[in-house]
Design a protein around this ligand. Structure first.
Ligand SMILES: [Zn+2]
Length: 490
């Protein structure tokens, strides 16, 4: 006990030794880190983030984001820092800052922004976290978040093997940590401070500080929409920015802190840079990139793993990092495709071993589309019937398993599950080469054009109409205005 107290006391001394002046408030802060430490930690973490996420290979876009970021950084409370602004290759909607001025936006978040001012607001908010040294003050929380985000990014980039559920479970819980750590990484007060600082940097750089409120609204609408989609798909909604309990329009504290930036607004006309922004983001990949596996018209195609399979029409498909999940229109049945194991014996042998099937052989081996396959019909531990295919392809064993939420539901969907298993096949070289990710394009709206009409020819699936509204900042009820440049996905 005494020894523990002694060590604790030493810790305090160290803390006091690390006390530094906060660049924003000018007051003394407890921090664990000197500025040199902060730089080094930032640099190390930045190397990991780049490795895990991958820098998005779109040089003109990278330059543009960096230019906007540097303009804001020059007007910040720590203009002397060496800032780095990077677009990472992730479809997730996210932005984050590491200590020392390393700031990241995903191509996923850029897709939903509609002007340079909104981009500046996202970057300004993250610069705010850096200048107020939030990540330094909460380094342990930030580290947890970064490490988890790194792993999440890694996982998102590959079609993760699901080794008997254990690895998958580990990944799941790590991703779970990501969410909560990012959520609690910065508290409400830090978020408000970053919003206040971001709005100030916006105003000082010639943007309308209200863009901060607008961009938070964009993220909030994302969240509201995802709650709807999550309900359809029977999953938990993503929480991009869980701290916004209310819509920003009704958030008086947020309105106040952003309102303070009025005093810094530069004289002269303010352009939100919508045209510039749309020009630079045109051609950007939307959603999964080709090497993450692509879903088109309920067909899943994986370029690198060289296979395709089709789920029944109207089922909802979700391409998750470690599995592809399909849910029946009524939500009463589910299919899951995963990378199951390495090839070992016949598919039936492997199925018997992994499902602990008795010798009475509920697994039969066959060949389908030239690939060795075992079809398994069995029941889960809770006694629920399921049907599964174990498919060998390129020295890997894939598992496509389907079940209902009741034996009756299973019966209703049994043939759909069989069809999906039978549809699994290798891709030809020509097919493989023709796999292309979706990308952002623009059109000029003609009179009377509606999102419903655009949705009919959109590859975005059942929720296309609202996706298009979100992408164009017109969720939940807006319609294109004649002459307006509209983002579409093609
Ligand atoms: Zn933040």
């Amino acid at each position: 006990m005494a020894a523990f107290q002694f060590i604790a006391a030493l810790g305090c001394v160290y803390l006091l030794g690390g006390c530094a002046v906060n660049p924003v408030t000018g007051s003394q802060n407890f921090t664990l880190m000197s500025e040199a430490d902060e730089m080094r930690k930032g640099r190390d973490a930045a190397a990991e983030v780049s490795k895990a996420y991958g820098v998005y290979n779109f040089p003109t876009l990278q330059n543009y984001v960096n230019e906007v970021g540097q303009k804001l950084a020059k007007e910040s409370h720590r203009p002397e820092l060496d800032y780095h602004f990077t677009v990472v290759d992730s479809p997730q909607v996210n932005a984050f800052a590491l200590p020392g001025g390393y700031i990241y936006v995903t191509r996923g978040i850029l897709a939903y922004l509609n002007s340079e001012a909104e981009l500046a607001a996202v970057l300004g908010h993250e610069i705010g976290h850096v200048t107020a040294r939030h990540s330094v003050q909460q380094y342990s929380a930030a580290t947890a978040a970064n490490v988890a985000a790194t792993i999440g990014g890694l996982v998102a980039g590959i079609f993760m093997p699901q080794m008997g559920g254990q690895v998958a479970q580990g990944v799941q819980s790590l991703l779970g940590i990501t969410g909560s750590a990012l959520l609690s990484g910065y508290g409400r007060s830090h978020e408000l401070e970053a919003d206040r600082l971001g709005a100030e940097y916006l105003a000082r750089s010639g943007y309308d500080p209200q863009a901060m409120i607008k961009v938070i609204g964009v993220l909030k609408n994302q969240e509201l929409f995802d709650i709807e989609v999550a309900k359809q798909e029977g999953r938990e909604p993503h929480r991009y920015h869980g701290i916004f309990a209310t819509h920003p329009d009704n958030d008086t504290r947020l309105q106040e802190v952003v309102g303070e930036a009025k005093q810094y607004v530069q004289p002269g006309a303010v352009d939100d840079g919508r045209k510039e922004f749309l020009r630079h983001t045109k051609g950007m990949i939307f959603g999964d990139s080709a090497d993450q596996g692509i879903v088109r018209d309920n067909t899943f195609q994986h370029k690198e793993l060289r296979f395709t399979l089709s789920f029944p029409p109207e089922w909802r498909i979700r391409n998750k990092p470690d599995e592809v999940v399909a849910i029946s229109p009524d939500g009463d049945a589910l299919m899951v495709l995963s990378l199951f194991d390495s090839v070992r014996g016949s598919p039936a042998d492997l199925a018997r071993e992994r499902f602990r099937l008795g010798l009475s052989s509920e697994a039969s081996s066959t060949t389908n589309n030239g690939l060795p396959v075992a079809i398994v019909t069995s029941t889960t531990q809770e006694g629920m019937p399921f049907k599964a295919g174990v498919i060998y392809h390129d020295n890997k064993a894939y598992l496509l398993a389907g079940r209902g939420d009741s034996p009756a539901a299973f019966d209703r969907h049994r043939s759909a599950i069989s069809s999906a298993i039978e549809s699994f096949r290798a891709l030809s070289d020509t097919e493989k080469e023709s796999i292309k990710a979706l990308e952002i394009g623009t059109i000029t709206a003609t009179k009377g054009l509606s999102y419903a009409e655009l949705a009919r020819t959109s590859p975005l699936g059942v929720n296309a109409e609202n996706y298009l509204r979100l992408l164009n900042g017109q969720y939940p009820e807006g319609e294109p205005v004649s002459g307006q440049i509209i983002k579409i996905i093609r």
